[in-house]
Design a protein around this ligand. Structure first.
Ligand SMILES: [Zn+2]
Length: 511
């Protein structure tokens, strides 16, 4: 009883704090369009992109009426712009002297639409980069849509079936659920760059730590400044300006030259999307609208930091020789209300199966027929007998009838999508805002991305600058595994050994 009262008091306290904080206006530095100092610096003299135009495109996605009105008319025209542009519009040689790969963990494509809606704060820097590059509107990740497997897919160009990282799985032979760390059996773009004799640096892009960049190698440096995106941008600027940074065990390092390949990773958007607590001064979002507003403000904050990086490149005089690739490992789906997990368990039990949901390290009971792994937004199914097709279909049909059922991938579809066989024999996900968490969620919304829903799978991607066609929008579906081969092309090095992706040639100037 006492425990309950305490929980209720804490919940009430959070509610009050949340209401107070959500009613506070976002801080002025990025609350209004055009007020970002970094942007005003380089906006003059380049073609600005009006945010409303971006937003109206977004709202009409699918009708292909895409254009950046402020650009010279010979640059972009109406539908299927990619096909209409012919000839070499970029610098000759099609490459870039420098490539900067930025990963904003959990940057759902739709955040950009939200921020650029008429009432949004805008993303002037992203839009400026889009005006001198290619914006991809249909970029997808793979399965599972969790951070390490997908970060690994981006830097190897391979799906989990090849690089081997599938995060969480049930080992049928050993009867135990296992959780992976950073296992990766495929070559990374960082390793290719180092082997090719080019210099590189990684700012907290952990998937490259010890895999092409190292804390004790100034020519291929790995640093981990932690903190927010702005802190990491400051670190990147120091490296670009060849100022001392702290690496490894605290030793000061100065890179011997501007790294040809620079990777920067930031997880601010991901933390905001998960909405687990107060982070970076933003309140806990109690409902979907507040969650959306919080993510939109955070994106505006990310955008202002990006402006500082672009400013630094401009000051160094290398902006025109630099290609910037900005993308993400997954999006984010919101969830709230009562969990649908008990109904899944009951439905399977009514079909006559003994079912258990297991966490890492747990073993199944000898009588268990179906082991479920996952939770939050999706469930991985493992059948502990030789399941007949009719039984398999019966399970899917029973779950399909539920309002919380968002979709599924069969074992064959998972294989086709490049999932690791250990991901399971069936993968289902919840229709937002339903969820399969262990408990109900009544006082706030949650965010997660281990889902097949569009909101989790569709990520932002932008290629901009040297070697990239200017001001184009690519609506054709592409995948995050296309990033590594594209970086290879821009730097003129070979592709990572296991790469399954393709060069995004529709965005490359010389193609
Ligand atoms: Zn992530």
């Amino acid at each position: 009883m006492r425990q309950k009262t305490l929980e209720l008091s804490i919940a009430l306290f959070m509610l009050i704090i949340g209401v107070i904080l959500t009613s506070v206006k976002p801080s002025i530095e990025f609350s209004s369009r055009g007020s970002i100092p970094a942007y005003s610096f380089y906006a003059s003299g380049h073609f600005p992109v009006v945010n409303d135009e971006m937003a109206s495109h977004s709202a009409r996605r699918g009708d292909n009426g895409v254009e950046f009105k402020e650009q010279p008319t010979d640059q972009v025209k109406g539908p299927y712009v990619v096909e209409q542009i012919t000839g070499d519009r970029g610098k000759s040689g099609s490459g870039a002297t420098y490539v900067i790969y930025i990963n904003w963990d959990g940057f759902a494509y739709r955040y950009h639409e939200w921020a650029n809606s008429p009432s949004g704060p805008g993303t002037p820097v992203l839009n400026y980069l889009a005006s001198r590059g290619a914006l991809f509107t249909n970029v997808y990740n793979g399965f599972p849509g969790t951070t390490v497997p997908m970060q690994t897919s981006i830097i190897t160009g391979a799906w989990p079936a090849i690089h081997g990282n599938t995060h969480l799985y049930y080992d049928l032979a050993e009867n135990v659920v296992k959780q992976m760390n950073r296992e990766n059996s495929s070559e990374t773009i960082g390793e290719v760059v180092a082997e090719s004799g080019l210099s590189s640096a990684s700012i907290q892009q952990f998937a490259l730590e010890g895999r092409g960049t190292w804390p004790d190698d100034p020519r291929h440096l790995y640093v981990q400044p932690s903190g927010s995106w702005h802190t990491r941008v400051a670190e990147a600027v120091k490296i670009l300006k060849q100022e001392a940074v702290t690496a490894g065990d605290g030793q000061e390092v100065i890179v011997p030259g501007i790294p040809r390949f620079l990777a920067i990773y930031a997880d601010d958007l991901d933390a905001t999307g998960h909405n687990l607590g107060m982070s970076y001064g933003f309140s806990l979002a109690l409902n979907y609208e507040a969650w959306k507003a919080k993510l939109t403000r955070k994106l505006a904050y990310m955008d202002s930091g990006l402006g500082l990086l672009v400013d630094a490149l401009s000051e160094l005089g290398i902006l025109d020789q630099t290609a910037i690739i900005l993308t993400s490992d997954h999006g984010m789906s919101h969830f709230t209300g009562d969990t649908s997990l008990p109904d899944v368990l009951e439905t399977l039990s009514e079909l006559g199966y003994v079912v258990e949901l297991l966490s890492a390290g747990e073993k199944a009971h000898p009588r268990t027929d179906i082991v479920l792994v996952g939770g939050d937004l999706s469930l991985q199914f493992y059948f502990r007998w030789d399941i007949a097709l009719s039984e398999y279909d019966e399970i899917i049909d029973a779950l399909k009838a539920k309002p919380y059922f968002g979709g599924y991938m069969s074992v064959n579809e998972l294989a086709k999508a490049g999932a690791h066989p250990d991901l399971g024999s069936l993968f289902i996900w919840a229709e937002p805002p339903y969820h399969f968490s262990p408990g109900n969620l009544r006082l706030r919304v949650g965010g997660h991305h281990n889902s097949g829903d569009e909101s989790s799978r569709q990520v932002f991607m932008l290629l901009s600058g040297a070697g990239i066609r200017q001001g184009i929008v690519v609506d054709k579906p592409v995948a995050i595994i296309d990033v590594a081969p594209t970086i290879s092309h821009l730097l003129g090095v070979r592709q990572p050994a296991d790469s399954m992706g393709r060069i995004l040639e529709e965005a490359i100037a010389a193609y």
